[in-house]
Design a protein around this ligand. Sequence first.
Ligand SMILES: [Zn+2]
Length: 450
Amino acid sequence: MTGGLWWDDVVARADDWEEEERPRRRIADDLGYPDWVDMVTARARQHPEDARRVCWGCVHDRGLKRFVRWAAVARTCDFCGRRSPVDFAAPLYELARFVEGCLRADYDQPENVLFYDAESDTGWAGDVWDNRELLEDTVWADERVVEALIGSFDTDLQWCEGEPALFMPEDHLRVSWETFCDYVKHTSRFMFMRPDEAGRRLADEQDSTLVRSTEMLDLFGETIEASSLIQTLSVRIKLFRARPVENGDWHETADTLGPPPKSDTGPPASRMSPAGIPILYGAFDETTALAEVMTRTGQASLGVFSPLRPLKVLDLRADRPVPAPTIFENASALARGLPGFVEAFRDEIARPVTRDGREHIDYVPSQIVTEYIRRVYRTAAGDRLDGVLYPSTKNPTGVCVALFATRADIAASVGARARRDAFLRFRPRSPRRLRVRLGRDGRVRGVNAV
Ligand SMILES: [Zn+2]
């Protein structure tokens, strides 16, 4: 068995790359719930009928709760003893069949999959689990329910991964992303999107279903909205922008505190944009804005920009959990891999980078992704994104923001004709002259007005 429709689709396409018309990857499964349950239970065995009923309060996994509600036929639970005025408990043997069917998306019997290996403890060349091990690992429910399920499965049934050569759905996207990062850092930086690019099979990975470099960005785009990673910033926010000051040369205008000009000497390479392409970095608080730009104790200018309209941003703050569907939910293998994927690109984008020359390599994946969301990506409603929020690496509670702004996007910017669709304004009375003291760990220890 494989991991559902999406998985089959990928495997099929891995053998058929040349085909022009390729279906879009799907985050959500197209099947309605009853059809999906039918499909799932059809691949499980019958379980011995058992008079016991289990209520949805006795199972904790969201997918199991939903199934129990859906299959409920009784108003008394034989596990917790509770009663309900409406049907809220399902037959245990139906739950067992559903659980088995779901598990068969990813797991199989070793005799179908693994080679025999007389040398190994289990007799099989690969990891093997018994019912207890598999069910205790995957089913989140009251202990008594787990025990009853174990009793309902054959006692000597053994399990292993259904596709030992492939990554499990939870890991598939994360590994694809990590392979992509490695690829654009060390193999192909500018040509990776061409379908005829030789590296489309993403290096030496055994798993040919890994997402190809050519598809990675579209997949990225498709996942960010599905993962609720797009946020709207109100016009009331303050975006603090800091710049170190050398030789008493204070920065106090929209031009000196705003996005750097296009020029052959700058702007330098940064986390979100390669050298030469302007972007505006800031933070939602003063300390973070200062911590991000200061490398040693010294003077800094600080000023404030505000949006002229609500801004749509990709939100990579770590405090926003990505919903993680379990194996018991009607979600595609792709959706199950999302949390790991989002975590991995969050890590890649927010990782502290030492400015020792290697940053030109380490920043490449986040620069590519940023350029994609800046130039190509549109939300389902057709909107462009205005920037990216990400956790500060210099101030643990701080949030950084990179806005896709050039000088032309700042209203009333001196020396540049602001476009009518400018989306930021500089607050002319905001600039402050500061002396910033850094601790040995690079954290801001003190800020004084100069
Ligand atoms: Zn119960």
